[in-house]
Write a protein that binds this ligand. Structure first.
Ligand code: ZN
Length: 490
């Protein structure tokens, strides 16, 4: 199996030819969401980036095992080893069992991903379902002398590790700088060094998520789950590890240290990171008031939004930028993406009715060739979309008679256009498939007709007639029945 795909490997900081070590099988692990809140814009970009890689590798003929985890334990509020568990906190505030919180938000995450046409991964393991594997990994790291136990907690010994291996090789952080810049924090008195990180934490009395371990009752450190689950499902060595750039340090750095400490070598052969999303030039954050959930985007119900944006508009917009560039969300940029998407979908319909000619004035093989060349070059979706939109223009020129295509070329173009648009880029027409809008319309019509019943009951026939006539003008036919009403859309 050969491919010309090159990816930017953030470990060696260069583009590398993609060569799976066990071709045609490819192992890909991507850090998934911590499920304690509604899925937001920040979740959309890594999901779409790695969905594209998943789809493209499959198109190239590889058999991809794509593992994306669900973090439901161990992710503390400050991303390091202090603060409350994010899910336990939500459970306390909402008076729920922590697994109810995890289930609720995992469901919402999956539903939002489905709207964005993100394919489900091959395996979606939960951290809380892999406590045994995580304990075994801690035991292995302890045995090899790269961790120490203090009062029921186990910490990774970064200094001991650094004598044999390089801590910080992914993010380029140097241990001496880390030492100089890290002050001892409150509550971290157990650690030998402030930059050591928890593999296992002894529970505080109020902590509700707890498991038995050789070191007492506690819970795993956040970084541990990804090392344990990637090894379990992809082996000690696998091809691609992905995630958002914000996870590079400390999360991915700690994952590398754990794998190397336990196995003696790196687990992931290649690291791929997507860059961050900004909103009107600012980092997204709750404190800044620009934290937008996907539901708010799909319904337009956030004060920063002037309208609703369909999931496909969001997908199209994210694909318009290369995954390693920052991407700025604004109403203007989203409206431009919406127009582009509409032009693309309109061209697809036009293509279905093009009239053939005796000869072709365009080379239809360019569409697939140019899109492939762009995607082979570090998954350059921005250029692939430019190539695709060039053909949107060409299709309209053929329709206008300014260019011509033979019947065979039209057929080829249809096939390639569908392949690139639907299969590889995952763009579909979702304007009619929006179930939530359909449900809302039905609810609103029922609401109006119940008001009409009340009006009739109080002999307000003017209002009753107005509601029926106005609905009729909107295409909603109302029929009075014995026990109320029936309606249908013309
Ligand atoms: Zn992870």
């Amino acid at each position: 199996m050969t491919s010309t795909l090159q990816l930017y490997n953030t470990l060696s900081r260069k583009k590398e030819n993609f060569t799976p070590f066990n071709a045609p099988h490819v192992g890909m692990y991507v850090c998934g969401p911590t499920v304690y809140g509604d899925p937001h814009l920040g979740h959309a970009r890594p999901a779409i980036t790695f969905d594209l890689l998943f789809r493209y590798l499959a198109y190239l003929g590889y058999k991809v095992r794509y593992v994306r985890n669900i973090t439901d334990v161990g992710h503390l509020e400050n991303d390091a080893d202090a603060g409350e568990d994010k899910i336990a906190k939500k459970a306390r505030l909402e008076q729920l069992e922590p697994m109810e919180v995890a289930q609720r938000y995992a469901n919402r995450y999956r539903s939002a991903m489905q709207h964005l046409n993100v394919l489900p991964p091959s395996i979606e393991p939960h951290a809380s379902g892999h406590i045994i594997e995580q304990i075994a990994l801690v035991e292995e790291i302890l045995k090899r002398g790269f961790a120490y136990e203090v009062g029921g907690s186990v910490y990774f010994d970064v200094e001991a590790y650094s004598k044999k291996h390089t801590y910080g090789k992914l993010s380029g952080r140097v241990l001496d700088d880390l030492m100089a810049n890290t002050r001892s924090l409150d509550g971290q008195g157990d650690k030998r060094n402030p930059f050591d990180f928890a593999l296992w934490k002894k529970v505080a009395p109020e902590h509700i998520m707890r498991w038995k371990s050789p070191w007492g009752v506690g819970f795993p450190g956040w970084h541990l789950e990804c090392s344990a689950m990637s090894t379990k499902y992809l082996g000690e060595t696998f091809d691609i590890h992905g995630g958002g750039l914000d996870l590079m340090f400390p999360h991915h750095e700690c994952e590398i240290a754990q794998s190397v400490a336990a196995c003696g070598h790196d687990a992931a052969r290649m690291w791929v990171h997507n860059n961050m999303i900004t909103i009107n030039g600012q980092k997204m954050g709750k404190a800044l008031g620009n934290f937008i959930t996907l539901e708010e985007l799909f319904t337009g119900s956030h004060r920063l939004l002037v309208q609703a944006y369909s999931p496909m508009t969001i997908r199209f917009f994210i694909l318009q930028a290369h995954y390693r560039s920052t991407l700025d969300f604004s109403n203007e940029a989203l409206q431009a993406a919406e127009k582009g998407l509409q032009r693309l979908l309109a061209a697809k319909k036009t293509l279905a009715h093009l009239k053939p000619s005796d000869k072709s004035t365009l080379d239809v093989s360019r569409l697939l060739a140019d899109c492939r060349a762009a995607l082979d070059d570090d998954l350059n979706t921005a250029l692939a979309l430019v190539a695709l939109m060039e053909w949107v223009k060409n299709i309209n020129l053929v329709k206008a008679g300014a260019e011509t295509l033979t019947a065979a070329d039209i057929e080829q173009l249809r096939k390639d256009f569908a392949l690139v648009t639907s299969d590889i880029l995952g763009i579909k027409d979702d304007s009619l498939a929006d179930e939530s809008k359909k449900d809302l319309s039905a609810d609103l019509i029922n609401l109006l007709l119940n008001l009409r019943l009340q009006a009739k009951a109080s002999k307000d026939f003017a209002t009753s007639d107005k509601i029926r006539n106005d609905l009729a003008a909107l295409g909603v036919a109302v029929k009075d029945t014995k026990d109320g009403f029936e309606w249908s859309i013309a």
